[in-house]
Design a protein around this ligand. Sequence first.
Ligand code: CA
Length: 508
Amino acid sequence: MTTRPNILFIMTDDHASQAMGCYGSRINATPNLDRIANEGIRFDHCYVTNSICTPSRAAILTGTHNHVNRVTTLSTHLDNRMPNVAKHLRSGGYQTAIVGKWHLGQGPRHWPGGFDFWSVLPGQGIYHDPVFYEMGEKTVAPGYVTDVTTGKCLSWLDRRDPEKPFFLMCHHKAPHRPWNPKPEHRSLYTDPVPTPDTYDDTYENRARAAAEAHMRITNDMTYDDLDLVQLPESPGHTGGMGSHKFIPHPTEEELPAFSLRCRNSGERFTFESLAALKRFKYQRYMQKYLQCVHSVDENVGRLLDYLDEQGLRENTMVVYTSDQGFYLGEHGWFDKRFIYEESFRMPFIVRYPSLVQPETTCDAMVSNVDFAQTFLDIAGLPQPNYMQGRSIRPLLEGTVPDDWTDLAYHRYWMNQDDVHNAYAHYGIRTHDYKLIYWYNDDCGEDGANPGTDQPEWELFDLRADPLELRNVYHDEAYAEVVRVMKGKLDREMLRIGDTPMHEPENRV
Ligand code: CA
């Protein structure tokens, strides 16, 4: 059996750390994910460089920021002729495989490159009886997608060559919208869970982006999202073809005649107040989301058990992460896209008994751009100089180098897309502050958004205001902080070669 370390990289889609026991979840339990953290290390400041599926995946595979790998939006796909970490590992003697969500494009130029075996979902994939493209061939896999993805990983592990180390990317589709749980899990999480402190956020004292985003649980969820139909049913509200309609938030006067029915169970719901309806939508959202997470947790347990049974525990680095964070009702939202904390922060836990002490945590700033170089470092392979991150190996070993970065960088390019209306921005976060530039340019997917492109700055004092409710950019008391943070932002953009939309100054 090989003595070179194996790497098992498990990534979910849109799994927020707020829904993980090891990150202090108040709403669910994840005993199998917690095994990884308890037997390894939990990173408390891991950030995504662009809080959306496709660009995050490109950053992870290439070890570069999105202006370099050119995967800046959901519709800019990865060219598989580019180098990536799987290609480097494969040429360095590793067996490589990827199973599950890909979302970096389809067809000869975009299917996974650098993998001995690949079996991936087209686009977002679906939850039940999903289609996979396996080495280019279309197949249908009966069952629930999270079980099927894990099953394919286990089959590949079984038939691999044990004389060579492996690099396996297990990419779950769950818990991405529309949150379709496994039928057996539909009875879970039916008791109410606490709402976040900022659920009733009114978006005052901030840049326009927060109030303008179409990510509110109250207004922007659909019948599809929550398995509901309105009563009495009308052609637009049937839950069939009309299910993409938004769930209307009635007026106070309309409320007595307003009711909803669960499409699966037939249960009916009426509401005493608009506040009660708002709470109900949150509970329904959490119920479905956490049911999907439950299956992920179970399936991570299957993989960990397999490693134990095969004697692979000591020599395998197991990574669990999500392609970005997610709003679970914070600021009244679902979805992601923003540099605000809940979608910016990635869960990131690592078990690797030969290197990592159990039950440790790390406060250092880490980014998904660092992952590729970390894998190469662990594998004992050279790190190509086109990559822009840094191996976190010293952090895994329990030391933080003196010159480790004190910040994380984020840029979101899809200005005001038709669905979510999120504004384009970039910014940095240190342990103490977050500086954001909402450049709101007119290069959105629909071409132009006249009159909405006035840029704005935001600064949050994260020690005094961890929930990010008060923009202090214009507060005189923070003038020096603004100056220092702009200097850090300018230097970081210069270092990674990203083009500023603001006018950089010669700052400290
Ligand atoms: Ca995602």
